[in-house]
Design a protein around this ligand. Structure first.
Ligand code: ATP
Ligand code: MG
Length: 430
């Protein structure tokens, strides 16, 4: 295995430094094709375990994907993603084509919520000092006035009222609403991460299963509007750590089924797609290709070796931190994402770029995304398929983006020409 990997690394270096389009199998001569076909045949003879982590890199060598060095991975990413946005779309399209060709249907998640009402206990009146009897009385939940102290009374504050809706897979849903309208609360409720002290009625289901019947953390991820990181870790370490904590989910199962069907049908995969899929399906790898990929599409590759930083240590910039928070969840295998104001602190063109990458991810991997944004620019707004509009804890509109203007027109609000739809909506609900 050692010698194999050594010879493989060597040839990978050659492959990466040689001229353009290493990956196109059709560009070589007839001899090249024969030689390559022989290599694929040799690959198929390996045991399943080895086969699922070995790929072919021209000029015709077998490589163990878990043993790729940092430089090799970087060169691979650089050679494929030259213009990040366009190349990401092309690459994901190829990935999808490989899956579709053998008739595999990717799993999808549809999130529904019915009559969701969320209430919090609020303290009103003057709060007494926290002495033992006060605490006991507060726990009893009664507002008492004793010895001149006003003990806190509690009342119910309704954060979300009777909200129902569906978040569909393969579509991007935008959650809009003024500050403190309950966006974070709704996202947390759907991700099954609400503060246990809140009173929740109603039901949230994933493909028909209630949150109590499954482990929502394994299916969905909530991306917080606050950045919580370990300041002394670098950006790359943070993402690697996150990727390892989250594991590979069903990627290995998908790959083994894919390879089995391809073998039966006699289909040869495209080398770069094969390398990528096998790398991201390998478990227990310290630093994976998925990290390099995420760093690249989020534009974090320039600061990957900088520490994240916190209140005490100066680290990456605020906008970069925001992207690291998003990246931490993208590296994982979960494809149901609840993203909370990931654009705060980013300029509109960076936001557009990130949302566009996410849209491609949604389109080609059938992911489910619900994202709240504060005042998205018109071009970012256009990327979404569905809109949910929240106002004071109630859903004002839920449906396709195309219909939102005509809906408000029937209510008597007409969007003036040359005004962005998102800005107009903000004004309407205020
Ligand atoms: N655990 C809680 N206990 C008490 N009140 C809460 C709790 N969580 C949220 N709230 C209240 O619910 C309301 C909605 O809060 P939420 O954070 O969901 O708003 P938001 O739409 O995300 O706002 P922003 O855009 O500023 O992030 C606020 O008035 C908030 O004070
Ligand atoms: Mg919020």
């Amino acid at each position: 295995m050692e010698t194999l990997s050594r010879s493989l690394s060597k040839s990978l270096g050659e492959f990466l430094t040689s001229s353009s389009n290493h990956f196109s199998r059709r560009s070589g001569s007839i001899d090249d094709h024969d030689e390559e076909a022989l290599k694929w045949a040799a690959l198929e003879k390996l045991s399943t375990f080895t086969r699922l982590r070995t790929t072919i890199i021209q000029p015709h060598d077998l490589v163990d994907v878990t043993k790729l060095g940092v430089d090799d991975r970087q060169k691979f990413i650089d050679s494929i993603f030259k213009v990040t946005e366009e190349d990401n779309e092309k690459f994901l399209k190829k990935l999808r084509k490989r899956i579709d060709r053998v008739g595999i249907k990717l799993p999808t998640v549809e999130v529904r919520f019915e009559k969701l009402t969320i209430e919090a206990d609020c303290h009103i009146g003057k709060r007494a000092l926290p002495t033992l009897p006060n605490v006991a009385l507060n726990i009893a939940g009664r507002g008492l006035s004793l010895f001149g102290f006003n003990f806190a009374k509690t009342t119910k504050l309704t954060i979300l009222r009777d909200a129902s809706g569906i978040i569909k897979p393969s579509r991007m849903t935008l959650l809009l609403g003024p500050p403190s309208s309950g966006k974070t609360t709704l996202l947390l409720a759907l991700a099954g991460k609400l503060d246990p002290s809140l009173k929740v009625t109603g039901r949230v289901t994933y493909n028909g299963y209630g949150l109590g019947e499954i482990i929502p953390q394994k299916t969905s991820a909530y991306i917080s509007q606050n950045d919580v990181h370990i300041g002394v870790m670098t950006v790359q370490e943070t993402l690697d750590f996150s990727a390892r904590c989250q594991g590979i989910g069903t990627r290995y199962d998908l790959l083994s089924e894919l390879v089995r069907r391809e073998k039966d049908a006699g289909i040869l995969p495209e080398p770069e797609v094969d390398l990528f899929m096998k790398s991201i399906a390998a478990e227990n790898v310290k630093s994976s290709l998925i990290t390099d990929y995420t760093l690249k599409i989020l534009g974090l590759d320039i600061c990957k070796d900088t520490v994240v930083g916190d209140e005490m240590i100066r680290g990456i910039s605020g906008g970069q931190k925001k992207r690291v928070t998003t990246g931490e969840m993208i590296v994982g295998p979960t494809k149901t994402l609840f993203m909370d104001e990931i654009s705060t602190g980013l300029d509109s063109s960076t936001t557009y770029q990130i949302v566009k990458c996410l849209k491609e991810m949604v389109r080609f991997t059938d992911a489910t995304v619900l994202m709240s944004l504060l005042q998205p620019a018109p071009e970012t707004f256009e990327l979404f398929d569905d809109i949910i509009l929240l106002s004071e804890g109630q859903i004002v509109y839920q449906g396709p983006r195309d219909h939102i203007l005509s809906f408000f027109e029937t209510c008597g609000f007409k969007c003036p020409e040359r005004k962005g739809t998102a800005d107009f909506l903000q004004e309407v609900y205020i």
